[in-house]
Design a protein around this ligand. Structure first.
Ligand SMILES: [Zn+2]
Length: 334
């Protein structure tokens, strides 16, 4: 099987020659420019020969067009610093306007996705990172400030006005991505977990915005829902309109793949892999142990291996990325 056949078979539950594998993480010093983003993705692919690519877009791209001021040190391991948040007061949500997908920072991301697809020459399925509207709102209000949850409980109408603008902006953005010929999106939420909010509240407040964005992804063969963090709401989100659900099964309160199959049946592919600390800096024995457990639990079809969550490539051992890359051949019998 070539990469495309293998990934398509994994997404649709057909028999595989082996489970497809990939890895992803930030290149903070490169992703700040379009050319740097494109070349970092193509170089990483060239180096490891992954089966599929999650385009690790600039961390703050989702909300820079709404007035965020972001600085970066230029060092590969340094997180960007958000100097000015787009939202501090409730009325700031009502001032947001829908952004056009071909303009500004969003436009540069469409341009980069096109460049990456062309650079891959059609051989490697590739998907673009898109955050959920609630995750974007959380980042816009400062994800350590508590502002978002305060507005959600006390200033809900203002927040809803902002959420509608964010969701429509990204519905349009995903529709534009459809025109680029890439294979799909990596749709991430860091808020669908019990540590952030209960499942009933997430479903009532956030799900309609998720569905608005995902409505534009219909027709994409590869739509990966990434449920970030511990205690994820897999049960409530098992029917999301996606082709794959991905999470870190090693985190506290998260389901195993066997447990997840009981909820999702054969409707979607499942995905995930070793925890971020183990993949980044774990010993070879620790990493191999996690990989064996995961691959045994996941089985030999309808599954795509990758990191449990994105790593920082500059702080991840090359040896560990090689162990991940070779795990399907080493630990699974076909
Ligand atoms: Zn994550």
């Amino acid at each position: 099987m070539d990469k495309r056949e293998r990934v398509e078979a994994a997404l649709t539950g057909k028999k595989l020659d082996r489970v497809p594998v990939s890895a992803w993480g930030h290149f903070f010093n490169k992703e700040v420019t379009v050319d740097g983003f494109v070349s970092s993705m193509l170089d990483f692919q060239e180096h490891y020969d992954w089966d599929y690519m999650k385009m690790q877009a600039r961390y703050t791209y989702h909300f820079e067009d709404w007035g965020a001021v972001v600085t970066q040190s230029g060092r590969p391991g340094d997180w960007p610093v958000i100097e000015k948040l787009p939202v501090t007061r409730p009325e700031d949500w009502t001032r947001l306007r829908i952004q056009k997908p071909r303009e500004g920072v969003l436009g540069s991301m469409i341009h980069a996705a096109e460049g990456i697809r062309v650079g891959l020459g059609g051989k490697t399925p590739c998907i673009m990172t898109v955050f959920s509207p609630l995750m974007i709102a959380h980042m816009m209000a400062g994800d350590t400030t508590g502002t978002l949850l305060r507005h959600l409980r006390e200033e809900r109408e203002s927040l809803k006005a902002g959420m509608e603008v964010i969701a429509e902006t990204f519905r349009l953005f995903v529709a534009e991505l459809r025109k680029t010929g890439i294979d799909g999106i990596f749709y991430a939420t860091k808020q669908a977990n019990d540590d952030f909010m209960g499942a009933a509240e997430y479903q009532a407040f956030a799900r309609p915005y998720d569905e608005q964005v995902l409505s534009a992804a219909k027709g994409f063969p590869f739509v990966m829902l990434h449920l970030c963090m511990d205690k994820i709401h897999l049960k409530e989100m098992a029917d999301y309109p996606v082709t794959m659900v991905h999470w870190d099964p090693t985190l506290k309160g998260n389901p195993s793949y066997t447990e997840a199959r009981a909820l999702t049946g054969d409707r979607v592919a499942l995905g995930g892999g070793p925890s971020r600390p183990t993949l980044a800096q774990g010993s070879p024995a620790e990493l191999k142990g996690e990989l064996k457990t995961i691959l045994t639990d996941a089985g030999d079809r309808h599954f795509l291996l990758g990191p449990g969550c994105s790593v920082l490539i500059a702080e991840t051992l090359e040896e560990n990325l090689r162990i991940l890359r070779n795990a399907p051949e080493e630990y699974q019998d076909y």
